[in-house]
Each structure stands twice: as structure tokens, then as C-alpha cells.
Design a protein. Structure first.
Lengths: 135, 636
């Protein structure tokens, strides 16, 4: 297990991005958090990152492409085909969770996030666990 | 005397009327004629012999013998008239031989006729007997030749030879004449028979043809009828085709509306337009031939309507002379009456009645078919309508469900996203991450935080119960869940709820707990719900969590010393949106916790129930199988 983590968070809700930044700032392991404020030009922005993130956190309901399409782009990219991708979503309806599971997400973390549990979940995910923290 | 003799001779001549075989009669008649010729010839010889004897003053011994043979001849004629011509012929042969025997002792001219007798007899005998007779004659003649060797014929006269020739000629002529007559007669009889046969053949052929035509028409009518399933079309076709096929004046069809009324349902002929327009109704027990056929349930055939008191003159059909009304019956039910009228008296032969009855019978079946078809079609239409409605309804439901699902998803999303900011920013501030805060501020922020979390739990409950109610609840089954991982946070949370109450918490967990297959989050949700309920409702005493396991089943018991739940409310608490009074007083939630918990445990294949007595606390039990099958939404 790498001691330090680099996270990428793709989220179009400004407050959610701020929450994530605050929570990440309390996590000693997180060396760097990259944030995309929408999913446009996702691939290029991904490749323009100075490093490859350890865990990629994707909001699902996004424009112009949604979380599933971003996952597909990631899987098509040789660099990111095996990347750890986790959904961070406020939609916790069953069928959506099922879709996330079958699409190839490593896990899902439901909004609202919790400053207590989120760091633990990230640790588990980094350790290779599949986490479905919903509801 | 003469009259008697005449009568006797006529009696002899006539063949007995009791003889049935015409050939025997003919042969007998021929033989009789020939025997009369023989008799005449014998009489001729007898007279002449007798006269000669008288001239010579000798005994007329020859005459005696000739007379003897004449008597035999008469006897044979008498026998022959009975039709025994064969027997007669045979006796004649025997007589001839007897004559030859006599001839061998007494030569007399009459004996010359004996071969003639044989000849006559031979004409009637079968071939084999003729051969025997001929053989016997030749043998007898040769024998007699030797016996009478040296005795030349005593008498030989030209007259005798002439007699012989004349007699023989007479016999031959008689035979030929009779034979010809017989042949003519035979031919005539044969001709008659032939004619009769041809005639009967022709009439038979004609009748067969007629019958075939009628049957063809009947079957044609029937066949066409059975293919017509629309009742109105069918009835129209019945009457029109029947009228056409049988060349009838007027055909009408009346159907029974009920046990009392017949209604005209089809008509062809001059009154058709009137009948179709007015659709007359007839009383089954009323007057008229149609009603008579309907209530008697028998065919009513009237060859001359002017002679039948039941007949009612129908204005539209004043020239009707004969009428045939055939009831149409299925089982014991009168379907209707087929009524046929014609301007010709005695129009309907028994054959017509038979065939038209079969048409009526076929029509009855066709009417039944059409009615069944109509019923099935109507039922089919109704079924189809219901089905379409059902499909539409199902589609609407599906759309509603989708709408609800989308609504829930968006509600979930729209509420949780702002809550993410509210809860987290509040928490960051209260944690001091945003700078120093005092205790009053921290307290206020914590209250805000609690309210926010409560709001979140309400949202979650409403979402859960909606999922359950719409059958969309799915479990996320995981293997090898360590229940301690789920129990510990719950216990911590409950203990934190009890810090300000004089309530002790006890956990009696039978370790080690077996690994469980199920929905980790949902199991935790149920345990949290039960324990937090106990914490909410218990003001003093203890709350005990007892966990034991046995044979693939884990049993949880949450025991409190709270107010307890009255019997009548113990089932209500598991119904959604029906909090008990005390539950409402505590105002601790939506009242959905227990219904949700019950469904979640049921979805795991487990049971959740309560045992309680007011004043003695309550115990909630959960029995959970350690191996839950894959999630089945139907269980929810």
C-alpha cells in the first residue's frame, strides 16, 4: 500500500468540491487532490495531469458526459484501464447502484460524505477493497 | 253330357293355374297339344281298325289296345296339365316301350305310332335322357326284330303309312307352331320384362338423379351455411338458397326469441321485402301453421291450405296453396321454424319434406354455430378490450413506476447534494476546522448537525419504504460478513444516545459469530433501528442486546424495560405510516423504521417480531439466516 495517495475528483457541484477539498485536507495520506469542475474534455485534462491519480472519484450526474461515460473513456485509455474508479453519488436508488456495480466501478460512496467515514473508506479502497457505502 | 265333355277337355287343355313357373306352363301346354294330336291319331287308327274288324267279323283286339293307349294318353294329358311335363314325357317313353312289348305279341298297325310317342317324349326330355331313350329304342327294335323273325308284318297298307305320315306331320307341325308361339310368347315376356326393367331402371335413374340433385342442393345449401358465421348473413343465405335450389315460391325463417315469441329473421320470395321491413312477431301458442309447427315441434305439411282450418291467410301471399313448416330444434330447445309456401297444391312430396327437413336441421346447426361464434366473438371482443385496457393500464403503471423511480432518484440526488454541504460545513465548523468556536456555538452547531442527520434519515426512510412498496428493493448481498463489524458501530451509537438517560446497556453476544451472507448495510440498519427505538422509548432500566446462533440462524433480541406495547398495537407498528400514540409523542421519526426493518429482514428470508406486555417492556426478535439467497425483488 502506497503511503501517500493522489485523488482526482470530478464534480460539477461547487459546494461538493469544497466539501471534498476540506475533507481531503484532513486526510494526512492524501498528498494531492485534483479536481475537475465538469466532464468536458475529460481525456485531455486527464492526460495533462502531472501525475496519475491513485483513486479517481467520479460524480455520476454530470455534463456533458456522465460518470459511466467517463469510466468508459478511462477503461479505453491504456494508462487508466486498470485505475481505481469510485462513484461519489447522491443517487442511491437500487438500479443505479446495480448499474455502477456492473459497469466496473470499484465502489460507490454516497453523498452526503462524512468526515469521519470517508477517510476510512478511502483507506479501504486503496487497500484494494470494493466498497459500496450507500445510504 | 257334351257340355261336361267339353268342360273336361278344356280342363285338360288348360294348364293348372297353380303352376307358377311360366316355362313349365309353356312346356306343359305344348306337350298337351302334342298328346292331343297323338290321341286324335290313335282315335283315327282305332276307328279304322274297329271298322275293319267289324267287316271281317273278327274281335277288335287291336281296337282294344289302341283304346287302352288312348286312355293312357288322356291320363298323361291330365298329369301334364299339372305342369309335370317332364314326368309325363318319361311316362310316355315307358308307355311306348310297353307298346313295343305288346307289339312283340300282337302285331297291329297302331303300333307304328309308338316311335312317334318316343319322338314326342324325347322333345321334352333332357339331352341325357334322349340319348338313353334313343339307345333303348334301337335296342328294343333290334330285339323285337329277332323275336319276330320270320313273321312279316301282317298288315301293311298305304292308308296306314299315310296315317303315320299325317300323324307325324301333325305332331311336328303342332310342335313347330307351338314352339314358335312359345318363342313369340317368351320373347314378348322377355321384351316386357326388359321393357319393365328398362323402365324401372330409367325411373330409378331418374329418381336417383333427382335425389342426387336434391341432396346436392341440400348439401350445397348446408355447406354454404356452415361457412357463414354472421347470423344475419346466414339466415338471408338460408332462405335465398333454399328458395332458389328447390324452386320454391316463398321461404321464411322465424327464430324463437323466447319461449313465447317467434320473430321473422329471414325471408326470400315475393313477401321478403315486407317481412324484412316489418319483422313480424308470431306467438308460439297462437294461430297459424308456423305457430303449430313451433308448439307441436313437429313438421306441419299442408297440401291444400284451403282445407286446413289452422291456416291463416297472409295478405302478402294470397296465392299460397300449400305450406310446409319445419320446426328447428336443438336438444329440447326450439331454435325456430323454417316455413315454405308455394302456389301449387300438394307441392311437397315426402322426398321434398325429407330433404327440406335436412336443410332445416343443417340450418339449425348453422344458427347455433353463428350464435356461438357471435358469443365467442363478443366475449373475444370483451376479452380483447379488457386485455388492451390491462395492457394500457400496465403501461401506465410502468410509466408511473418509472416516473416515481426517476422522481425518487432526483429527490434523493437533489436533497442529498445540499445536505452534503450543510452537514459537512456545519461539522467542519463545529470541529474547529474553520477557526476557534466557543461552547455555545459548538452546541448550536451540533444541534444543527443532529437535525440535518435526522433529515437525512427521514429522506432515507421515505426512499426505502417507497422502494419496498414499489417492489424495487434489492439487497446487495455479500459473503462472509463479520457481524461484529456491523454490531459495534451500532452499539456505540446507541450507547451515545443513552448517555443522558438512566438506562444501562448490555450486550450478550455469543461469540464467535458465524460469517453471514446478506446485505451488510441493511442488517446494520435494522439493528440500529431496533436499538435506537429501544433507546428512544426507555426512560430507565436496561436495554439488552442478545445475539445467539443456532443451526444456520442468528437470533437477535433487543430487550428493553420501556412502557411496552399493547397487544392491539403490536401489528400496527409494522404497518407503514402508522406510528402509535406514544411513538408520535416521542416524535422521533417517520414511523417507517419498523416496517422497513420488517421488510428488510423478510427480504433476507428471516423473521422480525415483537413480544411485549404494557408495563413490562418489549422484546424485538430478529431471526436471520446466515445464508441469504440472492436478492429477489419479489421478496420485498
Amino acid at each position: 500500500m502506497a503511503d501517500t495517495l493522489t485523488l482526482l475528483y470530478v464534480e460539477d457541484d461547487r459546494l461538493s468540491r469544497e466539501v471534498m477539498e476540506l475533507i481531503a485536507s484532513t486526510m494526512p495520506r492524501v498528498k494531492r487532490l485534483y479536481v475537475f469542475d465538469d466532464s468536458s474534455d475529460f481525456k485531455n485534462r486527464l492526460h495533462s495531469l502531472p501525475e496519475i491519480p491513485t483513486i479517481i472519484l467520479l460524480d455520476i450526474h454530470m455534463k456533458p458526459i456522465d460518470g459511466f461515460q467517463m469510466l468508459t473513456l478511462l477503461r479505453e485509455d491504456p494508462v487508466y484501464s486498470e485505475a481505481i474508479v469510485v462513484a461519489v453519488t447522491a443517487s442511491v436508488m437500487n438500479e443505479e447502484i446495480l448499474k455502477l456495480q456492473t459497469s466496473g466501478f470499484r465502489g460507490a460512496i454516497a453523498k452526503p460524505l462524512s468526515i469521519q467515514t470517508f477517510p476510512l473508506l478511502i483507506d479501504d479502497i486503496a487497500a484494494g477493497k470494493s466498497i459500496w457505502h450507500i445510504g | 253330357m257334351i257340355t261336361k265333355l267339353k268342360t273336361f277337355f278344356w280342363w285338360l287343355l288348360a294348364v293348372s293355374p297353380s303352376i307358377i313357373d311360366p316355362e313349365a306352363r309353356r312346356q306343359s301346354r305344348l306337350l298337351s297339344a302334342m298328346l292331343f294330336v297323338v290321341f286324335a291319331a290313335l282315335l283315327n287308327v282305332d276307328i279304322r281298325t274297329g271298322l275293319r274288324s267289324m267287316q271281317r267279323h273278327t274281335l277288335p283286339i287291336e281296337s282294344f289296345f289302341i283304346s287302352f293307349f288312348m286312355i293312357i294318353d288322356i291320363g298323361l294329358i291330365a298329369l301334364n296339365r299339372r305342369g309335370y311335363y317332364l314326368t309325363t314325357a318319361r311316362l310316355l317313353v315307358i308307355t311306348a316301350f310297353l307298346g313295343l312289348f305288346v307289339y312283340s305279341f300282337f302285331w297291329y298297325p297302331g303300333a307304328i305310332y309308338l316311335p312317334v310317342l318316343v319322338l314326342v317324349a324325347a322333345l321334352f326330355l333332357p339331352n341325357a335322357e334322349i340319348l338313353v331313350t334313343a339307345g333303348a329304342s334301337i335296342a328294343a327294335m333290334i330285339l323285337l326284330g329277332f323275336v319276330n323273325w320270320g313273321h312279316p308284318p301282317t298288315t301293311f297298307s298305304i292308308g296306314g303309312v299315310v296315317d303315320f305320315i299325317v300323324a307325324t306331320l301333325l305332331i311336328v307341325i303342332t310342335y313347330i307352331i307351338h314352339r314358335r308361339a312359345l318363342e313369340t310368347e317368351r320373347r314378348k315376356v322377355l321384351q316386357n320384362a326388359n321393357d319393365a326393367l328398362r323402365l324401372s331402371e330409367a325411373s330409378l335413374e331418374k329418381r336417383v338423379m333427382e335425389r342426387t340433385r336434391d341432396l346436392h342442393l341440400a348439401s350445397d345449401v348446408s355447406r354454404q351455411l356452415t361457412t357463414i358465421l354472421d347470423l344475419d348473413d346466414l339466415l338471408r343465405a338460408v332462405v335465398e338458397r333454399t328458395r332458389e335450389a328447390f324452386n320454391l315460391n316463398q321461404v321464411g325463417l322465424f327464430l324463437a326469441e323466447d319461449a313465447e315469441i317467434l320473430v321473422c329473421a329471414g325471408a326470400a320470395g315475393p313477401a321478403a321485402a315486407y317481412l324484412y321491413e316489418n319483422k313480424p312477431r308470431l306467438r308460439i301458442h297462437g294461430d297459424g301453421l308456423i305457430a303449430a309447427a313451433a308448439h307441436s315441434r313437429e313438421i306441419v305439411l299442408v297440401g291444400d291450405v284451403s282445407k286446413d282450418s289452422r291456416y291463416l291467410v297472409f295478405d302478402q301471399m294470397p296465392s299460397t296453396a300449400s305450406e310446409l313448416a319445419i320446426p328447428m330444434i336443438v336438444g329440447s330447445t326450439l331454435v325456430g321454424v323454417l316455413d315454405i309456401q308455394d302456389e301449387k297444391k300438394e307441392r311437397f312430396s315426402p322426398e321434398d319434406v325429407r330433404i327440406l327437413s335436412s336443410v332445416a336441421e343443417q340450418t339449425t346447426i348453422a344458427v347455433q354455430n353463428a350464435r356461438l361464434f357471435r358469443a365467442v366473438r363478443d366475449a373475444g371482443d370483451e376479452t380483447k378490450r379488457l386485455y388492451d385496457e390491462q395492457v394500457r393500464f400496465t403501461e401506465q403503471l410502468r410509466q408511473l413506476d418509472q416516473l416515481k423511480s426517476h422522481f425518487l432518484a432526483s429527490v434523493s440526488h437533489e436533497l442529498r447534494t445540499p445536505l452534503n454541504a450543510i452537514l459537512n460545513f456545519t461539522e467542519f465548523v463545529s470541529m474547529g476546522l474553520m477557526g476557534e468556536i466557543n461552547d455555545r456555538q459548538k452546541d448550536a452547531l451540533n444541534k444543527a448537525l443532529d437535525s440535518g442527520r435526522h433529515l437525512l434519515s427521514l429522506i432515507n426512510d421515505v426512499l426505502d419504504i417507497t422502494k419496498i412498496e414499489s417492489g424495487m428493493l434489492n439487497l446487495f448481498i455479500e459473503d462472509n460478513i463479520d457481524l461484529n463489524d456491523e454490531l459495534n458501530p451500532v452499539i456505540e451509537a446507541v450507547q451515545s444516545m443513552l448517555t443522558e438517560k438512566r438506562v444501562a446497556f448490555q450486550a450478550e453476544i455469543e461469540q464467535p459469530l458465524p460469517p453471514v451472507r446478506g446485505d451488510r448495510r441493511r442488517i446494520r440498519q435494522v439493528l440500529y433501528n431496533l436499538l435506537s427505538n429501544a433507546a428512544k422509548f426507555t426512560e430507565e432500566g436496561t436495554i439488552t442486546l442478545r445475539v445467539c446462533h443456532n443451526d444456520g440462524v442468528i437470533e437477535f433480541a433487543v430487550i428493553d424495560t420501556g412502557p411496552g406495547i399493547p397487544k392491539e398495537q403490536q401489528s400496527i407498528i409494522f404497518e407503514p405510516f402508522t406510528q402509535t400514540e406514544s411513538g408520535i409523542r416521542h416524535a422521533g421519526g417517520t414511523g417507517l423504521g419498523l416496517p422497513i426493518s420488517l421488510r428488510l429482514i423478510q427480504a433476507h428470508g428471516g423473521r422480525l417480531w415483537v413480544e411485549s406486555e404494557p408495563g413490562h417492556g418489549a422484546t424485538f426478535y430478529v431471526s436471520l439466516p446466515t445464508t441469504t439467497k440472492n436478492s429477489d425483488p419479489a421478496l420485498a
